[in-house]
Design a binder for this molecule. Structure first.
Ligand SMILES: *[C@@H]1O[C@H](CO)[C@@H](O)[C@H](O)[C@H]1NC(C)=O
Ligand SMILES: *[C@@H]1O[C@H](CO)[C@@H](O)[C@H](O)[C@H]1NC(C)=O
Ligand SMILES: *[C@@H]1O[C@H](CO)[C@@H](O)[C@H](O)[C@H]1NC(C)=O
Length: 206
């Protein structure tokens, strides 16, 4: 391949990559009824397939605060609903879209921990080498630790939840990850960097 041809191919690839990064998704995230998720509604998150735990909830991992994000051990209707707050939304649009940065917050929680119930990227757990998801406010730069995203899977209405806040900080380089389950001492934690957990969103009071 000539140098000139190689250069123009490289430029085309670069342009394509740059364009796809800039164009933001306008595809709605759907709940288990096939309706778009709304920012002023509450949803339970649960695995799309059985034997992976029940609804998402708060986990007291170590008899101390803050509490971690995890899943109930059973399919019983327990767990806490969440509310989603997009980082950027067009005016008059209260629907949640795929691959866009958003905050996830457990609501209707009664807990003795003073921390906020917003999801936050936690530490790299030494024994598993996976990054756990904890609760609390990220006071660091742009609060990037508080922004997650809902990613599409091959199946309609089934999603993954990941962390890659490039909308909040376009010039940052993140080690992005997708969430899955991490079993520890009889509890189920939600953590990045393992096999991805397919989830569904069930509107509360359905
Ligand atoms: C739980 O707390 C103990 C004592 O503070 C500490 O040694 C241990 O590493 C903690 N475990 C986890 C999973 O954080
Ligand atoms: C977490 O730690 C493991 C080793 O303990 C390492 O292989 C992995 O890259 C770390 N993850 C991140 C995101 O730094
Ligand atoms: C998604 O669909 C594929 C085939 O279309 C199927 O094999 C797979 O089990 C589905 N995944 C879930 C989580 O339902």
């Amino acid at each position: 391949m000539s140098v000139k041809l190689f250069a123009s191919v490289s430029l085309a690839v670069w342009l394509l990559t740059a364009t796809s990064t800039l164009s933001q998704s306008n595809i709605y995230v759907l709940d288990t009824n096939g309706d778009p998720l709304e920012t002023d509604e509450e949803y339970f998150i649960r695995p799309a397939i059985t034997d992976n735990g029940g609804r998402f909830t708060l986990i007291n991992r170590n008899q101390s605060c803050p509490l971690y994000v995890g899943l109930e051990n059973t399919d019983l209707p327990e767990g806490y609903p969440v509310r989603f707050t997009p980082f950027a939304n067009d005016e008059d649009d209260d629907d949640v879209k795929v691959n866009r940065d958003l905050k996830v917050e457990f609501v209707e929680v009664s807990s003795t921990c003073v921390q906020s119930t917003e999801w936050r990227l936690g530490e790299n757990d030494t024994s598993s080498g996976r990054r756990v998801i904890v609760t609390g406010r990220d006071d660091g730069r742009s609060s990037v630790g508080n922004y997650f995203r809902i990613e599409e899977t091959q199946n309609a209405s089934i999603y993954n939840i990941g962390w890659c806040p490039t909308e909040v900080c376009p010039i940052c380089r993140f080690f992005c990850g997708t969430g899955g389950i991490l079993r520890e001492n009889g509890q189920i934690l939600f953590a990045l960097d393992g096999s991805a957990l397919p989830v569904v969103f069930q509107k509360k009071d359905d």
